[in-house]
Design a protein around this ligand. Structure first.
Ligand code: ADP
Ligand code: MG
Length: 237
């Protein structure tokens, strides 16, 4: 797919496949087009050229909520929680939105708040959450729809380093226990390298590299885009 914004090509001929039961990392510097790609995949934006297939079906023109009911969920870079609702209610509402019973929504909320380490905050208004808890609530809300595919836009951004392993465990659980496909955008390379089965690198709207974590780690182009020339020279020495 490609996407132009008034002449600026945010994405150029990018092709990405996400299968169930795998975690694909989507990395690249700020402005590379990562969020634009997630917006197009999830139905919050349309490609200028190209198409989006969901389990073989052309969903390019489908609105986001319809993709949601067909198993595609996402988180946002900025919190979209209902601030006046409790943490638990936020998760329940997300589940109710895809048509499950109130009883099932409550069950999912219990399970997900436990999984994401939010059980103690369940009855607080979402507005009262610390930044890291807010990030994890976003993930819990996405998972409450029991997605077959979930797109996580920088879930670890601003998360204290000590809380990253818990997030990594949650991502693995979504893949291993629920069999979902996860697209994980993040700048935390330790997290990306640790949990991803494959990595897709974008730079200035184009695919720079794709491969297993160890291949990507060794790719000097990636290092250049990420760390700047000096870091690449150090690696070469
Ligand atoms: P990333 O998430 O990798 O940081 P984005 O997808 O947010 O990158 O942005 C990619 C490029 O597209 C940037 O140059 C950004 O300014 C541009 N862009 C994104 N959304 C819009 C928009 N709605 N209107 C105009 N330009 C946009
Ligand atoms: Mg972004």
């Amino acid at each position: 797919m490609s996407r132009s914004f008034e002449g600026v090509e945010a994405l150029r001929d990018v092709s990405l496949e996400l299968r169930r039961g795998e975690v694909v990392g989507l990395i690249g510097p700020n402005g590379a087009g990562k969020s634009t790609l997630v917006n197009i995949l999830s139905g919050f934006d349309r490609p200028t050229r190209g198409q989006v297939l969901l389990e073989g079906r052309d969903v390019t023109r489908w609105p986001a909520h319809r993709r949601g009911r067909h198993g595609l969920a996402r988180t946002f870079q900025h919190s979209h929680a209902f601030r006046a609702l409790s943490v638990r209610e936020n998760v329940e509402v997300a589940a109710l939105g895809v048509g499950v019973s109130p009883r099932e929504a409550a069950r999912r909320a219990d399970e997900l708040l436990e999984l994401l380490g939010l059980a103690d905050e369940a009855d607080l208004p979402a507005a009262a959450l610390a930044h890291g808890d807010e990030r994890r609530l976003g993930v819990a809300r996405a998972l409450a729809t029991d997605p077959r595919f979930v797109l996580l836009d920088e879930p670890a951004a601003g998360l204290p380093e000590a809380e990253v392993p818990e997030l990594a465990a949650a991502v693995r659980s979504v893949r291993d226990d629920h069999g979902a496909g996860v697209l994980l955008i993040d700048h935390n390379m330790a997290l990306i390298m640790e949990v991803c089965d494959r990595i897709h690198v974008l730079d200035q709207g184009e695919t720079l590299a794709e491969g297993a974590p160890e291949e990507i780690r060794g790719n000097l182009d990636v290092a250049a885009a990420y760390l700047g020339e000096s870091a690449v020279r150090e690696e070469e020495e």
